[in-house]
Design a protein around this ligand. Structure first.
Ligand SMILES: [Zn+2]
Length: 268
């Protein structure tokens, strides 16, 4: 089996009382959370009139760890963005006294609206960031993010989490990056959060990468997350929830892995 870039997926969320691709409701609820938490909103660029947004802690401080969470690079992987909304709704403003948090909630809005993987130009928005790895060139979304590359690199210097889903899987797994030979506490903590919602993938090859104990470890492709780790982020992870499973459960798992990531960084 392989992933179709244009197959359209639709799911209903009871938590948010809407469909996975309802961008208007998503943006409205996101805006409510930004107001409540006093997050700084910035539009990095637009794709077909839809914003690529960055949200940041109200008062970033040089003495605090700087971490980035991103979601929505693939349009059908909708539990990432909705999970971020769920995560934000559980955050209290005091969090920003302990971490500088930056969020990229929806990086492929045209794919999200269609409920399909690629953007409407048929490009994969999670390739083309790290040069020299493959032939991929930055997409329209990638160019917008790379135009703000220094800002994004600074925002992720203590860690990057990016939240994806896998429409072919019934189990969860994690791409992770740590400066060591085997997955360490960071990787274990994040997979642990996911495993409270789904069984962990058995050892196998997924997309040509060996999965061992649920991890694809220190795998450098031209993805957004690999680029940021190469750029100096201390740790990195890309969570993969199984999109054959219940949508709300996937939303809760994404929210939980984001919370675990923030907790891990604060405990360092
Ligand atoms: Zn993905």
């Amino acid at each position: 089996m392989s992933r179709s870039p244009y197959q359209r997926y639709s799911w209903q969320s009871d938590i948010f009382e809407t469909a996975n691709n309802d961008i208007e409701r998503f943006m409205a609820l996101l805006n409510e959370e930004c107001q409540r938490l006093n997050l700084q909103q910035r539009v990095l660029g637009k794709v077909e009139g839809q914003p690529i947004m960055m949200l940041q802690s109200p008062n970033a401080s040089a003495g605090l760890p700087s971490i980035l969470i991103s979601a929505g690079f693939h349009g059908e992987e909708a539990a990432g963005p909705w999970g971020m909304l769920h995560f934000l709704s559980s955050v209290s403003p005091e969090l920003f006294e302990r971490v500088n948090l930056t969020l990229l909630p929806l990086n492929n809005p045209t794919g999200f609206i269609k409920g399909h993987r690629f953007n409407i130009f048929g490009e994969n928005p999670n390739r083309g960031y790290l040069a020299g790895v493959d032939d991929a060139k930055p997409t329209v979304e990638g160019k917008i993010l790379l135009e703000h590359g220094q800002l994004i690199q600074a925002a992720s210097k203590d860690g990057i989490l990016t939240c994806h889903e896998d429409v072919l899987q019934t189990r969860t797994y994690l791409y992770s990056f740590e400066p060591r030979q085997q997955p360490g506490k960071f990787s274990q903590q994040l997979l642990g959060a996911l495993s409270e919602y789904f069984d962990v993938a058995q050892d196998d090859d997924i997309d040509g990468c060996p999965v061992e104990n649920g991890f694809i470890f220190n795998h450098f492709d031209s993805s957004f997350e690999a680029w940021l780790v190469r750029s100096g982020a201390k740790v990195g992870a890309c969570s993969e929830t199984p999109a054959t499973q219940n949508f709300d459960r996937r939303i809760l798992a994404n929210s939980a892995v984001m919370q675990r990531f923030v907790d891990y960084i604060q405990a360092q």
